[in-house]
Ligand binder design. Structure first.
Ligand code: 6R9
Length: 652
């Protein structure tokens, strides 16, 4: 089917009439945002409250060697004050956060804006007592409990920089991140219940910190009440520290370009990089996209199922919604516990209006049958969203028909850790949807499709190539923590003058955008970004492994699975036990999300004469697509490929 034949779903009359942005308004605003970015973003800057108003709006240069990105640079504000204090007069008693625990047998919590103010102010005072001040880094390694949001906002309140590490990461990965940003404090909990199982977070922190970090303190939230080991006088219970402080903590005035957070994310080379987001522009962009993409209206109940360990949790569970005075739902559990009805039961119970999840969850739930959905009352739902990876039409149709009952627009939001907020998405009241298309750029976003090798801009439609963005937007990342050169090289070197997204893209005959997936060595496993280089370096760190090459392959539920070609050291036997050992090894090095799906023993890897592994070929073999191996003439040892094809059925 060509994209032109793709079925389109125009917005309902009702949606078009009530939405913040309808088709005419989109066009008018989009044009204004491109023709007069200064004026447009000056106006949008008023979405947040400034302690010192900005006079400059935008100061940007994408030239390699000179890359700088500044928005509202001379303004000062506080993110916590914007997410809490400014709402107290009008909506102090409104629920800010609904917390739904892992087990449906435990009680949900409703935290009002007034209560949130108290929790965050007191936690901020605890941080101060522990010696944390403006600019200090705090690592947060937590389950999805309200204290995770309090911790983020407490850091923001005093101008400290948080770096959240997803609780599924291993002690080694945690230690690397604590080290990478030189954190003074880790905030964690005793344990983290998820899907009925408990991860021993404090134990993981101990393992990460015990040897090398005897100056890093740890603040522990009691969640499960399990036994934990203490690192002498470096560890503190939050509940004990809270008894020592008042709830008076005036928000610090923070420069618009001072960092709000660092979030480590995978790239195509090397270890994960610390993506830096700053204060003013990020908040303006998160708030604006949250309101407009989801068509959020006062009083709506909004639920994003992500974890705060990912950027989606930052922008669309905490900062965007709370800046807008929304009611945001935080869920500790997983979609399939106790059974595959959990998401829909939570929607029914809390009368959720906007629901935002990932294709991998949709695919997993789709496979469980419709009864789990249809037995719940989902009449409160107004807008559905998806994020994290391309959504296949089957999953889109199921989401639309079974979950949305054909009456809820689906916003397929394309964006990245680096972009801070949505860059492309259909808007509920403005655009027709096409299953699997990210459709239209958000305000101020200028997507361009380039021919990958010549970097020539493809103007005519349809077009297919690499996706770059021509100018900055306020939510853009500013640098890589501690390595501005890496920032420039990663994003501004390949296609001069543009921000390079790392994604491939099609623009169809109607001018609508479709993301086709990564064009670099990043794979997307259940919506989690992973550098193949990271998994490879974990594998070769094992004493029995000589060499490893990792690629993605199509996986029904996860989107992409992790396929590892492993060459063993001479004399080592390729056994099933060793396979299991290697799987566990990678889980320990990185975390369960990096667990290899398939391992194939490879006596040799296809390499160029200069020794570069030809992943293109390995990808094809992993996909069982041998007809299209392409040019193999540059291979040093062509026979290696025949062996890999012949023995591919031994993969497990
Ligand atoms: C927000 C987030 C970013 C990568 C991105 C792209 C893929 C995200 C998508 C999508 C197709 C969508 N991606 N949303 N692909 N359609 N709606 O996921 O950030 O973890 O940094 O991943 O995810 O490949 O480049 P992050």
């Amino acid at each position: 089917m060509s994209d032109k034949d793709a079925k389109t779903y125009p917005p309902s009359d009702e949606m078009a009439a009530d939405a913040h942005v309808n088709a005419a308004r989109y066009t008018e605003m989009y044009e204004a945002s491109i023709n007069d970015p200064e004026g447009f973003w000056r106006e949008q800057g008023a979405r947040v409250d400034w302690m010192k108003p900005f006079s400059q709006v935008k100061d940007v240069d994408f030239t390699l060697g000179n890359v700088k990105i500044n928005w509202y640079a001379d303004g000062q504000l506080n993110v916590a004050a914007n997410c809490i204090d400014r709402h107290l007069e009008t909506r102090g008693d409104q629920t800010a956060i609904i917390w739904e625990p892992d087990s449906p047998d435990d009680e949900a919590q409703h935290i009002t804006y007034n209560e949130l103010h108290g929790h965050v102010s007191r936690m901020a005072n605890v941080l101060k007592n522990l010696g944390i001040g403006k600019g200090d880094r705090v690592v947060i390694y937590m389950p999805m409990i309200p204290e995770a949001a309090y911790a983020m906002l407490a850091c923001a309140r005093i101008g400290a920089i948080h770096s959240i590490v997803f609780a599924g990461f291993s002690p080694d990965a945690l230690g690397a991140r604590v080290n990478g940003c030189d954190a003074k404090l880790v905030i964690t909990s005793d344990g983290a219940p998820r899907g009925g199982r408990v991860t021993n977070l404090k134990d993981n922190v101990n393992q990460a910190l015990l040897n090398d970090f005897d100056d890093v303190k740890c603040l522990v939230v009691k969640r499960t009440g399990q036994q934990v080991a203490w690192r002498g006088d470096l560890d503190f219970w939050l509940h004990e520290e809270l008894e020592k402080v008042s709830d008076d903590c005036p928000p610090e005035a923070v420069g618009a370009e001072d960092p709000l957070f660092i979030l480590y994310t995978s790239g195509s080379t090397g270890q994960p990089k610390g993506v830096v987001h700053t204060t003013g522009g990020y908040l303006v962009y998160a708030a604006m996209t949250h309101e407009i993409t989801f068509d959020y209206h006062d009083g709506d109940i909004y639920w994003c199922t992500a974890d705060v360990g990912w950027v989606t949790g930052h922008s669309y569970i905490v900062y965007g919604p709370l800046a807008n005075g929304a009611t945001t739902l935080m869920f500790e559990g997983v979609p399939t516990y106790p059974d595959a009805s959990r998401f829909w039961q939570v929607c029914e119970k809390h009368k959720v209006n906007q629901f935002y999840t990932a294709p991998t969850a949709i695919r997993a739930l789709m496979g469980q049958g419709n009864d789990f959905v249809t037995k719940c009352d989902l009449s409160s739902l107004k807008v559905l969203g998806t994020v994290g990876e391309p959504i296949n039409p089957e999953a889109w149709n199921w989401y639309n028909n079974v979950v949305g009952q054909g009456r809820c627009p689906i916003v397929d939001t394309w964006w990245q850790t680096e972009t801070g907020g949505h860059l492309m998405t259909p808007l509920p009241g403005a655009h027709a949807m096409k299953p699997g298309a990210a459709m239209k750029p958000f305000f101020g976003i200028q997507p361009k499709v380039l021919e990958p090798t010549t970097a020539e801009e493809l103007i005519d439609n349809p077009a297919e190539g690499v996706l770059v963005i021509a100018d900055s937007w306020p939510g853009q990342m500013r640098t890589v923590w501690g390595d501005h050169e890496r920032f420039e090289k990663t994003y501004f070197a390949d296609y001069p003058g543009y921000y390079f997204t790392g994604d491939g893209c099609k623009r169809d005959a109607d001018g609508d955008y479709w993301i086709t997936g990564r064009v670099d060595d990043v794979i997307n496993v259940s919506g989690h970004r992973m550098g193949t280089a990271e998994v490879e370096s974990a594998l070769v760190a094992h004493s029995k492994v000589a060499e490893a090459a990792v690629v993605g392959y199509p996986h029904d539920i996860k989107g992409q699975g992790i396929y590892c070609y492993v060459t063993l050291m001479g004399g080592e036997e390729p056994t099933d036990e060793l396979r299991t050992e290697l799987r566990n090894w990678v889980r320990n090095e990185i975390g369960p999300i990096a667990s290899p799906d398939l391992i194939q023993w490879a006596p040799g890897l296809p390499k160029t004469r200069s020794g570069k592994i030809m992943r293109r070929i390995l990808r094809k073999i992993a996909e069982d697509d041998f007809g299209a191996l392409g040019d193999t003439s540059t291979l040093a040892e062509p026979a290696v490929v025949d062996d890999l094809i012949e023995n591919r059925m031994n993969r497990k």
